[in-house]
Design a binder for this molecule. Structure first.
Ligand SMILES: Cc1cc2nc3c(=O)[nH]c(=O)nc-3n(C[C@H](O)[C@H](O)[C@H](O)COP(=O)(O)OP(=O)(O)OC[C@H]3O[C@@H](n4cnc5c(N)ncnc54)[C@H](O)[C@@H]3O)c2cc1C
Ligand code: SF4
Length: 327
């Protein structure tokens, strides 16, 4: 582990100035991902800027009916917040399905958005990995790729995005608020994470100096009827093989609106609007869910050890839809 300096900032402007003036600096939130990456030598920042003293810890109801969540709200506090549990249960369930209570007590919303993949080759510096070392090759494509992605892959990287929270945020159409050297911007979560393409080391659209300040959940009354289903090798403390976040508006057996996002199978949290359209206006029954599931994975590409994920993703989606919308 290389030595680094450590400083603490007390307002957003100070944080942005501190990270902009250094060449190789990183913010630290809960540290549950960054510290592991530093210990393994995968990330080697020369300066660590502690943002925990910033005023980004509130969960506020907005006049437009939405909710604004500060970037430093801990995953546990968000999961157990009464507004979130009642109005956006899918988010609470997704958070509680991730990591362990101790990790959730530390992990922040901003850090969760930026957590890095769990592809085993990314964490093992013996193996080539385009994400860790651009241009070195991808060990997973022809290697043991059971945990890797089937949607959004490229010839350069097939790593899954690991976050459960982000899958729920994707179904909820969340907006990421960012403050940077040129002021503030609001980014839809579907535009926030990038596909690997030829540059898998570039994972999101943030620029140097950007501080995530908040996540906004738009008003979505039907999200009261929402659900997160996570399939994994053991029932806790494990990343998803396949997961689904669903919100459904069902009236008299007909689906009004639908939101679907898949996790554990995509190189980014995976929203499929075509599958949502197939549900909209259709009868809430198994036949409808099966055809939406076929659409959701129609562009999937399986690799030697993860081909099973195509069928698994379909079954996960159908079960989540049956649980949320009835049969
Ligand atoms: C053993 C283990 C099991 C886990 N299991 C799961 C799981 O099942 N599901 C799941 O979803 N997650 C899981 N996680 C991951 C966990 O959710 C993340 O580590 C956590 O959410 C990261 O948040 P943090 O605040 O600790 O981030 P940090 O480690 O502090 O930071 C992560 C990155 O975000 C940057 N950053 C942090 N805050 C900001 C900000 N406001 N603005 C700009 N940049 C920022 C940092 O510079 C760093 O690059 C697991 C982690 C571990 C260690
Ligand atoms: S899938 Fe991506 S993270 Fe995994 S080895 Fe290949 S390039 Fe690296």
């Amino acid at each position: 582990m290389q030595p680094f300096s450590f400083s603490r900032v007390h307002n957003n402007r100070e944080a942005i100035n501190a990270i902009t003036k250094e060449n190789d600096a990183k913010f630290i939130g809960g540290g549950t991902n960054l510290v592991d990456l530093i210990k393994l030598g995968i990330e080697n920042p020369k300066h660590i800027i502690d943002i925990n003293a910033l005023s980004l810890k509130q969960i506020e109801n907005l006049p437009n009916g939405g909710v604004r969540i500060g970037a430093l709200v801990r995953n546990s506090d968000l999961a157990y917040d009464e507004t979130i549990r009642q109005r956006y249960p899918v988010l609470s369930q997704a958070l509680l399905s991730g990591a362990s209570p101790q990790l959730r007590n530390m992990a922040t919303v901003g850090g969760n958005l930026l957590q890095r993949t769990r592809c085993p080759y990314f964490y093992d510096a013996v193996f080539p990995c385009n994400k860790r070392q651009p241009g070195s090759g991808c060990s997973a494509i022809n290697g043991y790729n059971r945990s890797n992605a089937i949607l959004g892959t490229s010839d350069h990287c097939i790593a899954t995005h690991p976050s459960d929270m982000c899958v729920a945020l994707t179904a909820l159409d969340a907006i990421i608020h960012v403050q940077g050297v040129n002021g503030e911007r609001a980014i839809n979560i579907t535009d926030f994470h990038l596909l690997p393409g030829q540059t898998p080391h570039i994972e999101n659209i943030l620029e140097k100096g950007d501080l995530i300040t908040a996540v906004e959940l738009p008003a979505m009354p039907f999200a009261q009827r929402s659900f997160y289903l996570k399939i994994r090798d053991r029932s806790s403390y494990e990343f998803a093989l396949s997961s689904v976040a669903v919100a459904l508006d069902v009236n008299g057996g007909t689906i009004g609106q639908a939101r679907i996002a898949l996790g554990g199978v995509g190189t980014k949290p995976w929203r499929n609007k075509e599958a949502e359209q197939a549900l909209t206006g259709a009868a809430a029954n198994r036949a409808t869910y099966l055809s939406a599931a076929d659409i959701a994975v129609k562009n999937a590409r399986g690799y030697k050890y993860n081909n099973f994920k195509i069928e698994l993703a379909k079954r996960t989606l159908v079960r989540a839809l049956e649980t949320t919308g009835g049969m």
